[in-house]
Write a protein that binds this ligand. Structure first.
Ligand SMILES: Cc1cc2nc3c(=O)[nH]c(=O)nc-3n(C[C@H](O)[C@H](O)[C@H](O)COP(=O)(O)OP(=O)(O)OC[C@H]3O[C@@H](n4cnc5c(N)ncnc54)[C@H](O)[C@@H]3O)c2cc1C
Length: 381
């Protein structure tokens, strides 16, 4: 099947599912909120662990945030996406790997392939396990623990335990008050930029993360692109692949195309020499004079959790939501969080600092370690 056909099929899948309101009443063993890569990882883990029935809710079933980043190059090698797709249960659906046909497993690819893969895997759950996993479009607004289960949205719907895989979104900070903001999600997409900036603009890009470098790459690659001022605090860092398979700065270092571009164009001062780019380390230099001329700003300094459903225990709101960064537990046995909003914590093997472990394969591996089959069976009904 060609790329265009896959894209069409993938787009149709979400809309084909019924809404949550169509489900009058029912009790489920599990509720999974969110159908990004992390939601899929949880659902497939529950299926493999024999835990059913599961109610799985998402507004679109289009793979979560990946659907916004179709044109973005991955920082992950293609083989790790394939590993995500071929973890036990999912191996039955070979079609999920179609989007990677012809890709080098040792190189990155466009995130569109990952997006299509996640939707196809979700579709396979629907087709092959529709009796065990009930998929409904919608938003879960509130969860109230009553007696021995979660009451969902004040409806006649309940579940023994809930898994939040609700994702995160770019954090907007008002770095240059009064200066129009280009949302990070727009700046990451090359085809959207011509509608956001003109050659007369001077765009301030804040940050030196993977996303910030992709934005710089997009802006500098534009024909008749704007001038750019890049404010940063930490120097460029690169992930290092060791022969034993470990990766140093796995989550905070640049990888893939962004790393190659930064080495070639930023470390050499290529664009700075031509006067199109000014990079300012704000720890060492006052950015004031350079930012005075900025007409647009993009901040790429981090992501924050999406709004969660209102959570209460016997009617009393649970205000502070904290998760255990090694088990995913928010309320052990009752409520868990996974994915980018509730990440695993790992220690960098060389520098010893803590990092949030983010990426599709990491979500799958962590979920399966945190929810082994024995634990799933032992959890009280
Ligand atoms: C620029 C960029 C490049 C990246 N590149 C890579 C890469 O190369 N490789 C890699 O592995 N990862 C990459 N990532 C990371 C990856 O895309 C994200 O980490 C991933 O999308 C997060 O998955 P998630 O399932 O946790 O959340 P999301 O994808 O955000 O999904 C959350 C889902 O939950 C739904 N939801 C939220 N609240 C509710 C509710 N109340 N009720 C029902 N549904 C709800 C949302 O609508 C959404 O569909 C990249 C990220 C960025 C920003």
């Amino acid at each position: 099947m060609g790329r265009a056909e896959i894209a069409k099929q993938v787009a149709q899948f979400g809309t084909s599912l019924p809404g949550l309101a169509s489900l009058g009443s029912g009790h489920f063993r599990n509720l999974v909120v969110g159908a990004g890569p992390a939601g899929y990882a949880v659902v497939s883990t529950l299926l493999d662990g024999g835990s059913q029935p599961t109610l799985w809710v998402d507004p679109e079933f289009q793979s979560g945030r990946l659907a916004r980043y179709l044109e973005v190059p991955s920082n992950t090698k293609t083989k790790l996406f394939a590993r995500f797709a071929t973890t036990p249960f999912c191996g039955s659906d070979g079609a999920a790997l179609d989007p990677y046909e012809g890709e080098d497993p040792e190189k990155g690819c466009q995130l569109q392939a990952a997006q299509q893969m996640v939707v196809r895997l979700s579709e396979a759950v629907h087709q092959e396990h529709g009796d065990k996993v009930i998929m409904r479009r919608g938003l879960v607004d509130c969860l109230d623990w009553q007696h021995d289960s979660w009451r969902i949205d004040h409806r006649q719907l309940s579940a023994d335990r809930a898994f939040l895989a609700t994702g995160s979104a770019p954090q907007d900070t008002d770095v240059l008050p009064g200066v129009p903001v280009i949302p990070l999600d727009e700046a990451l997409i090359p085809s959207k930029l011509p509608g956001c900036v003109t050659p007369k603009d001077t765009v301030c890009v804040v940050g030196s993360s993977h996303s910030a470098i992709l934005v710089l790459m997009n802006l500098m690659s534009m024909e008749n692109g704007p001038k750019v001022v890049n404010l940063f605090r930490s120097p460029l860092k690169y992930a290092k692949y060791c022969p034993d398979g470990t990766i140093i700065l796995d989550n905070t270092g640049l990888k893939g195309m962004a790393a190659d571009w930064a080495r070639e164009k930023l470390e050499t001062g290529f664009y700075e020499k031509s006067g199109r780019l000014q990079r300012i380390n704000t720890n060492k230099q006052d950015p004031g004079p350079a930012t005075k001329h900025c007409t647009k700003v993009v901040t790429a300094t981090g992501f924050k959790r999406n709004a969660l459903p209102d959570i209460s225990m016997d009617g009393r709101p649970v205000k502070d939501i904290h998760h255990d960064r090694h088990s995913g537990a928010i309320i052990p046995g009752k409520l868990y969080g996974f994915g980018i909003a509730f990440p695993e914590e790992v220690i960098d093997p060389e520098f010893g600092h803590k990092e949030n472990n983010i990426g599709l394969w990491k979500f799958m591996r962590y979920t399966r370690e945190a929810l082994p089959a024995q634990k799933l069976c032992a959890m009280p009904h």
